[in-house]
Design a protein around this ligand. Structure first.
Ligand code: PLP
Ligand SMILES: N[C@@H](CCOP(=O)(O)O)C(=O)O
Length: 462
């Protein structure tokens, strides 16, 4: 399997190089040169596989010859052994809604599904091929701690995580800043998540800096993130397939950077019978407006009760554009140039009609988020986290629905308390964090400040 860039400047890269490259060197995002198809017969065989065996089947064609199959098996088994649930990502019935629980990993959010795997994959590639990796990532709260948990204490890896100061939940902040391993560097940025993501991309686009410091990516710009996230769409379908009796499934996906729902989109393109993908946003509704109007136009970022989705520029939107315009890199470049010049881009009427066939988009504000947490609790006793509540609300009334539960509610107990008057019990991984010592620096959202900090931190290493 080979990978190419959405902007046409990189081609024929194998899986291992795609993972190491992170952002493509032409500024685009790496995508498979051809997507494998899954036949109904294969789906039938996959239906009853346990999560780890299914992960192997889904991932193997994308990994190709870059890793021996036995090594991939070992990586997958080790990555999911850290999950607290034997099924890894179970589907539970809550009233008449199926909830795909993605929060049983070490940091209690869906990011663990990909980042436990990616951390082990980086370690494997470095041990096999040599070299060092200096990870630079941006987080709106969950990627950061999951990435840190994936690589803390690992040889040959340093990790720098930028989070927006004061814009993530207290628990999310502590999950990162209480990790005191020498290879972990937390930065609170005076700015928004979008500022952090812009800086990370600027550092990757500075090719001499990227090469000199051997930068690696843990955000969903890294293809391995999307690949690992595809697995649970197949898994969830397998869990509900008997009940559906041949009807296609609909997924509701709380969306910010568009990585999670994009994985579902690719699963559908591969042949998974998905009727609708419901794109659920909070008040930061740039994607919802795009689906409604065909115009993607940035606006102000609002702080909401689902802060991990307080995002304007969704990284993986570029990957979707690539498929929407018929895998034409020139067209992708033209649309992105328009975006760069004017702050907005517009697709054609025909493309817009396709967008509306691909997604149903719903924006859910904080009041409706709280109402959903309350309603679900009162009718079923189940506590939703605010991001999941956005998805459940957006999917209300849809038949054959599976909602992705992207975080454990105890990560957002301020919102949970406001909704139901009590807190969600915390899993062991979230207990005691507020009493631990922390380490973090505060920087301006300025490329020179971040570049200097990384250079100095790496120079100071023994
Ligand atoms: C809890 C939670 N839900 C949903 C999302 C949105 O996912 P994505 O950015 O892949 O669209 C995020 C952040 O990515 C998150 O942390
Ligand atoms: N919501 C995310 C934002 C980063 O998204 P990613 O999927 O590209 O890593 C977070 O929690 O950090």
């Amino acid at each position: 399997m080979s990978y190419c860039s959405t902007r046409g400047g990189v081609a024929s890269v194998d899986f291992a190089d795609a993972v190491r490259m992170g952002l493509a060197t032409d500024g685009g995002l790496l995508v498979p040169e051809a997507l494998p198809s899954v036949t109904p017969q294969t789906l039938g065989e996959w239906r009853r596989l346990r999560f780890q065996d299914l992960a192997l089947e889904v991932m193997a064609p994308f990994v190709g010859d870059a890793l021996p199959r036995a090594d991939l098996v070992e990586l997958i088994d080790r990555s999911y052994a850290t999950f607290a649930h034997p099924e890894v990502t179970p589907v539970v019935e809550v009233g008449d809604t199926s909830i795909l629980e993605l929060f049983h990993g070490p940091t209690a959010a869906f990011k663990d599904v990909a980042l436990q795997f990616l951390g082990n994959l980086f370690e494997y590639l470095l041990a096999r091929d040599g070299g060092q990796l200096n990870i630079v990532g941006a987080t709106s709260g969950d990627t950061g701690s999951a990435a840190i948990a994936g690589v803390r204490g690992k040889d040959r890896i340093q990790i720098f995580i930028l989070h927006p100061q004061g814009r993530i939940s207290p628990i999310q902040e502590r999950q990162m800043t209480t990790v005191l391993d020498a290879n972990v560097h937390n930065v609170a940025l005076r700015g928004t998540f979008d500022d952090g993501q812009r800086l990370v991309k600027a550092l990757f686009n500075d090719l001499s800096f990227k090469e000199r410091y051997q930068l690696g990516a843990v955000n969903s710009i890294n293809w391995a993130r999307i690949l690992a996230q595809m697995v649970y769409y197949f898994y969830a379908w397998g869990r509900v397939a008997d009940r559906l009796r041949g009807r296609p499934v609909t997924f509701a996906v709380p969306t910010g950077n568009f990585g999670d729902i994009f994985a579902g989109y690719l699963a559908k393109r591969m042949g998974l019978p998905i009727e609708r993908l419901i794109l659920a946003t909070n008040r930061n509704d740039i994607l919802t407006r795009f689906v409604a109007s065909g115009a993607y136009a940035t606006g102000e970022v609002y702080a909401t009760l689902s802060p991990a989705m307080d995002i304007q520029i969704a990284s993986n939107f570029e990957r979707y554009l690539y498929y929407l315009v018929g895998e034409d890199p020139q067209r992708v470049r033209a649309l992105l140039d328009e975006m760069g010049r004017t702050g907005r881009l517009r697709v054609t009427g025909e493309e817009h009609a396709q967008v509306q066939r691909d997604f149903t988009a719903v924006a859910v504000d904080d009041a409706a988020t709280l109402a959903q947490i309350r309603e679900t609790y009162e009718t079923t006793g189940y506590i939703l986290d605010p991001h999941t509540a956005v998805g459940v609300r957006a999917g209300a009334g849809q038949a054959d629905l599976v909602c992705l539960a992207t975080a454990h509610p105890a990560k957002f107990n301020e919102a949970v308390r406001e909704a139901i008057g009590c807190a969600a019990p915390a899993p062991a991984s979230l207990r005691g964090l507020m009493d631990k010592p922390t380490r973090c620096v505060v920087l301006d959202a300025d490329i020179a400040a971040v570049r200097d900090y990384i250079g100095e931190a790496l120079a100071a290493r023994p």
